[in-house]
Design a protein. Structure first.
Length: 175
């Protein structure tokens, strides 16, 4: 059963996305109509329920790894989980998922330069037992990452996107 997130929970999560070190007192002030104790309680509950996780996020570019690539791996039948687990062992791999469609495993790799990336894909990924083929796509720019993702109000629709980008007109009070 999924956890029911209300508007206050969503506001707290959005504030934590902007500043993961924000105090409960400051959150309560910004949310409004919320005590510091209630903010702390809600954060603890969101963590306990697995809705959020509070952690440090390293920036690969800041530590000398400016090249990012998505690598899509075709795997021999029956070896998908094995290959995915192997990919997760590499320090330069920041994301691993089993996927459907033409490719079986999707990984994101960070590297010092294109040559290092090429060598990792060709000499390491290409030699993992069960890997048939790897297709690499450089990622020159990331516009939105999981760390900027907010809990949606509903499903993902065009209306949701328009609602987020277009400010609503204030309603005039009726006399």
């Amino acid at each position: 059963m999924s956890y029911k997130v209300d508007s206050i929970d969503r506001a707290i999560v959005d504030l934590l996305i902007k500043d993961g070190r924000m105090s409960s007192a400051e959150m309560a002030r910004q949310v409004g109509d919320l005590s510091e104790r209630s903010a702390r309680y809600r954060i603890d509950r969101l963590v306990k329920e697995g809705v959020i996780r509070i952690s440090a996020i390293a920036n690969p570019k800041a530590v000398g790894l400016p090249v990012t690539a998505d690598v899509f791996i075709e795997v021999e039948p029956g070896r998908i989980a094995e290959v995915a687990r192997k990919m997760a062992e590499f320090d330069c791999v920041s994301y691993v998922a089993c996927s459907t469609g033409d490719r079986d495993v999707s990984v994101q790799v960070v590297a010092r330069d294109n040559e290092t990336l090429y060598n990792f894909v060709a000499e390491v990924i290409g030699q993992v037992p069960g890997v048939r083929k790897a297709t690499t796509m450089l990622v020159p720019m990331i516009l939105k990452d999981v760390y900027q993702w907010s809990i949606p109000l509903a499903g993902c629709t065009d209306q949701d996107a328009k609602r987020k980008t277009k400010p609503r007109k204030a309603r005039r009070a009726r006399p």
